[in-house]
Design a protein around this ligand. Structure first.
Ligand SMILES: C[S@@+](CC[C@H](N)C(=O)[O-])C[C@H]1O[C@@H](n2cnc3c(N)ncnc32)[C@H](O)[C@@H]1O
Length: 312
């Protein structure tokens, strides 16, 4: 099985936008390529977090591996989308704002939305500026700046990771391998659920085997893939198709149509899998985010529900 480093050679390199003081470069460069995995993953993540909360009775503590500027926390905790945030950060008047002024504006911005997701988020990323930004604007409760591919986190970081209930990642497996998952699992008090959206070009077997050593059973969601973004150019398109086909994967109807596709892997203790298999825990509803006209929405829980009319 090829190493991730070899497979990564076919993908475009975006390292320069991962370590800016704020997310403007991230949203403009990846937004221009229709990056959408936080948005398409979010309804699924919401269902899994609800199932986790039903299992334990408390809102889960999430660790977002490769959290970058806290985007998964933003789209889970607030009624926001990657697309909407892109409009904010790509606005021409925003381009002139100094990074420290932007952080102040963003603290107010995120603080002005109602919380729609109950989970608490801790982020782990190798990028110090991205993690610091996400903590400073209030998206993350805490951040771990570490590269667990090269070593184990220090005592303070292990303490931050200790209470993790669920480990999440979008767009990060490939940069991280089973080494990072092993380091995180070594720091947690009890085995967390692991929810990974993974590009099809990165085989998940080694990670699943490592998680298995910690008593976690991995399921892959059958019959669904999640678009991550468009290929940047012909070079990336051709080299990624060649990589996928060398792995024996059929690309017709998927990457051959011009976009990267990710799959969902969820790993949990066997008793949790037996109580509620992945195929019953999540439903993929295509088109949910594409409506533009007025919608009726039921909000609240149990006896406390009411119906809202959401204008277009
Ligand atoms: C494509 S971005 C994904 C960010 C975010 N999860 C999203 O979907 O918008 C990949 C992220 O992985 C981070 N990363 C790369 N190598 C890493 C490592 N060894 N450990 C932790 N994070 C890493 C990068 O800094 C970057 O923030």
């Amino acid at each position: 099985m090829p190493q991730y480093a070899t497979l990564n050679a076919s993908k475009a390199n975006f390292d320069n936008i991962y370590d800016q003081p704020d997310p403007r470069g991230y949203f403009s460069v990846l937004g221009a390529l229709d990056y959408m995995i936080p948005d398409v993953a979010q309804p699924i993540i919401r269902q899994i977090l609800r199932a986790r909360e039903r299992r334990s009775g408390v809102p889960p503590a999430v660790l977002d591996i490769g959290c970058s500027y806290g985007i998964n926390a933003a789209v889970h905790r607030f009624p926001l989308t990657f697309r909407r945030l892109r409009q904010r950060y790509a606005n021409s008047d925003m381009a002139a704002v100094e990074p420290e002024d932007l952080a102040r504006l963003d603290r107010n911005y995120y603080g002005s939305w109602p919380q729609v997701g109950g989970a608490r988020f801790v982020g782990l990323d190798v990028s110090a500026p991205a993690v610091r930004y996400a903590v400073s604007v209030g998206l993350l409760d805490a951040g771990v700046i570490a590269n667990c591919e090269n070593g184990t986190p220090g005592p303070k970081d292990r303490e931050t990771l200790r209470g993790t209930d669920l480990v999440l990642s979008t767009g990060c497996v490939g940069y991280v391998t089973e080494r990072t998952f092993a380091a995180v699992l070594a720091a947690t008090e009890r085995p967390p659920w692991i929810v990974s959206f993974v590009l099809r070009m990165f085989p998940y077997e080694k990670i699943a085997a490592t998680l298995g050593e910690h008593g976690l059973v991995t399921e892959k969601l059958a019959g669904a893939t999640f678009v991550q973004r468009r290929f940047r150019d012909l070079n990336e398109f051709s080299s990624c198709l060649a990589t996928l086909e060398a792995l024996g994967l059929e690309t017709g109807g998927l990457e051959a149509e011009g976009c990267f596709h990710a799959e969902l892997f969820v790993s949990r203790p066997r008793a949790d899998v037996e109580a509620l298999p992945l195929g019953r825990m999540v439903t993929v509803a295509s088109g949910r985010s594409r409506t533009v006209g007025t919608r009726y929405v039921r909000v609240g829980r149990g006896a406390e529900t009411h119906v809202l009319r959401v204008p277009s």
